[in-house]
Design a protein. Structure first.
Length: 389
């Protein structure tokens, strides 16, 4: 029986390798299989779609929509140039990026996926940055939102607010590391030119109208991706072949099948995968490694959302995905390293148990994020004032 299973698995892999040469054929067969699954299990697919809509309507839309409106108003009022003057040199110079990228970096740090990619596309579309800078910025301004890491992963899933801060810190540090290691064809260290900001000719009514329309369009597009991948995850999760494969991998690597299942589902859609991993039995180090990788890699659901913004430009999504994998590995190593230091030197088991209660409020999260943004500015001003560092 085992020989038959591995033979069947090998044949499937060979067929996939062959079909990948013809993208249209592969997509057609994949969609046909999905249609058959929908016909055979309509309730399963409907439940998956409903779960996706609920996830989008209650978790994604409320925060994303308001951020999009405010961000679009800032862009329409030439706020990018104001941000460039205030934060450009501090944030962008170490990353070898032009100052105009500061707005996309800040939005990415505050709001998370996929807004960093959206505003990187806006900068490129408005000829604010060149193609090489655009491809670098896509991977640098690519974060999970602090609210997701601290609130959803740290408090709700791990029941540990301090671990949420460790994961957030490793996520931010890994983004800066990506900025250092990604190749740059043009150096911006001495490029301090910023276009003069001009007052917008549009009145506030037109600006508000355009911002709301753009935000609704973006939100609906993201909602469609969330729902679609929720259906795919639901089909996979209840698929017999998927169960057999995860059990076999679990036996080979001696890892909980729930962790294997969560990893595979997380590569498709990170939220469900992270939740499944945290609720499974397994080593805390393995959980931290995999979850750090997942929310940094982002999953194919968010990668598809990014592609919905970048499809009209000449960039390689293969290169983007490869860099996201590297980014995820860096974040995973950093998370485990920081956690090991924290676990061995800073706290005892009793204090760790105490911190397992959810003690972080939204006000604390907001003040922490403000500190992350303002602290480099203060250091830079002190450097210029006293000629230190």
């Amino acid at each position: 029986m085992a020989i038959l299973f591995y033979t069947l698995l090998f044949i499937i892999v060979l067929l996939l390798a062959f079909l990948l040469k013809d993208r249209n054929l592969f997509i057609t067969i994949l969609c046909s299989l999905l249609i058959i699954q929908i016909i055979l299990s309509p309730k399963l697919c409907i439940d998956g779609a409903i779960n996706g809509v609920i996830l989008f309507f209650y978790k994604v839309f409320p925060s994303l929509f308001s951020f999009l409106i405010v961000s679009n108003i800032i862009i329409n009022c030439n706020g990018i140039y104001i941000y460039a003057k205030l934060f450009g040199k501090v944030l962008c110079s170490p990353l070898n990026l032009p100052r105009n990228c500061s707005f996309a970096l800040i939005i990415s740090m505050l709001c998370g996926y996929p807004l960093g990619a959206k505003y990187a596309c806006d900068l490129y579309e408005n000829d604010e940055i060149d193609n090489n800078t655009f491809t670098r910025l896509l991977n640098i301004a690519s974060n999970s939102s602090p609210l997701f890491i601290l609130g959803s992963v740290g408090i709700s899933m791990f029941k540990n607010s301090v671990l949420g801060y460790i994961l957030l810190l490793s996520n931010l540090i890994s983004c800066f590391i990506m900025g250092f290691i990604l190749p740059s064809k043009v150096s911006y260290n001495n490029n301090n030119h910023i276009h003069n900001s001009t007052t917008s000719n549009s009145n506030i009514g037109n600006i508000l109208k355009r911002s709301i329309e753009n935000s609704i369009k973006t939100c609906l597009s993201i909602g469609g991706f969330v729902t679609m991948f929720s259906v795919i995850n639901g089909i996979l999760e209840h698929n017999l072949i998927f169960e057999i494969v995860t059990e076999k991998i679990s036996n080979i690597f001696n890892i909980s099948s729930s962790i294997i299942k969560g990893t595979i589902l997380g590569i498709i859609e990170m939220t469900n995968g992270c939740n499944l991993i945290t609720t499974s039995d397994g080593n805390i180090y393995i959980k931290i490694l995999i979850i750090s990788f997942l929310f940094t890699f982002s999953g194919f659901s968010i990668i598809s959302q990014v592609y919905s913004f970048t499809y009209k430009f000449k960039i390689s999504m293969g290169k983007y995905i490869f860099r996201k994998i590297i980014h995820g590995i860096i974040c995973a190593i950093l998370s485990l390293f920081i956690f090991k230091i924290y676990e061995s030197k800073l706290i005892s088991k009793e204090i760790f148990s105490y911190y397992y209660s959810p003690i972080v409020s939204s006000d604390n999260i907001f003040m922490f994020l403000i500190g992350v943004i303002i602290f480099p500015v203060i250091l830079f001003k002190l450097k210029n004032l006293f000629n230190i560092f």
